[in-house]
Design a protein around this ligand. Sequence first.
Ligand SMILES: [Zn+2]
Length: 193
Amino acid sequence: MARQPGSRQLILEFFLKNLGKVVESRDIQSASGGAVEWARRVRELRNEEGYQILSQKDRADLKPNQYLLETTFRMPAFRRDISKETRAWVLERNGYTCQMCGAAAGDPDPFGGSRTVRLSMGHIVDKSKGGNDSPENLRAICTNCNEGLQNAAPPKPDRVHLLAQVRRATIDDQRALLKWLLQKFNLEVGDSH
Ligand SMILES: [Zn+2]
């Protein structure tokens, strides 16, 4: 079946009409005029037009057939122009951790709700100040920090408090922390049991 012209627009209108409400795939499909490839149109709205349509991958409380658009804010185009390879390289280099607040991809959102932390590309030197999209000028930034919420983020723990927390943690958690630190600094475990 040929792509139905306008189905992407129909789906967008449906999401905008239901802003902040969870919608189900069958409703999206019927709003699209019965487009067979409605899911691809949803991806295009996300990836090409920058609409932040959330799915089960973003929010644990969404079922596989549920979607949610909470804001009409669209991710600026330049953030989406960075190649997959560059993105993967930067994420790997930054240990899949937000370089502003330290949240890791997949962590529960520190601002609450059931969303998990998503990382995107941030510029070290802002584009408005002549920064470019080269891997050296990019870093992993969570969507909260990207949207300017970092000012409200909890302050970095001070060292005394942090060490006290680590001492109180279970041995299993301490081992997990050690493993993470060793990986982060490219070191090897001498005694692995
Ligand atoms: Zn962050």
